[in-house]
Unconditional design. Structure first.
Length: 174
């Protein structure tokens, strides 16, 4: 089983909400040789059934669009947390990690959340040009850290409780 899971989620029919799945799709396409070390997964939302996808990993990287973070992106270490999405049909990554602990009786593998700044989330919209720029910068980060290098991703998080990397790009907030 690949040691790293890159899980992008969001609704491709809602403009920039597609940033998570777009990240996964482009990363997989641009790095075809790392499929033995990384599993790429996309879905419209996180659900409790996804706890089985977390098993046996060295690192989990969740990727989602965010309308509030500073552009181009924000990468944070996350932990299990019971929140209001816990019993919902759509969950936060933290709630999914909490569900993992409830199901398996142990903590989930280390996890990071990459939030890519989006701007338009209306039904039928296409990806905003600024969001696409933010997406490209997030992909460049993945290449710098090493797409399949779970240890590099984890080391970048050492000593940081919240944001470990806030992207510094030219994308304008809007």
């Amino acid at each position: 089983m690949p040691g790293m899971l890159v899980f992008g989620y969001g609704n491709p029919g809602r403009g920039d909400d597609a940033l998570g799945p777009a990240f996964v799709e482009r990363l997989a396409r641009e790095n075809p040789g790392v499929t033995d070390d990384v599993e790429y997964l996309s879905d419209m939302q996180l659900q409790v059934e996804h706890v089985t996808d977390l098993c046996g990993r060295k690192l989990l990287l969740f990727v989602d669009a965010d309308a509030a973070c500073q552009p181009p992106f924000r990468l944070s270490r996350i932990h299990a947390e019971r929140d209001t999405s816990y019993t919902s049909h759509a969950m936060t990554p933290q709630a999914l990690l909490y569900a993992y602990r409830q199901v398996y009786g142990r903590n989930a593998p280390p996890a990071l959340l990459l939030r890519i700044r989006g701007y338009g989330f209306d039904l039928g919209e296409s990806l905003d040009a600024r969001a696409d720029t933010n997406l490209r910068e997030a992909l460049a980060l993945a290449c710098r850290l090493g797409v399949a290098d779970a240890q590099s991703w984890q080391q970048s998080a050492c000593g940081h409780d919240d944001a470990i990397i806030a992207g510094r790009g030219s994308a304008e907030d809007g």
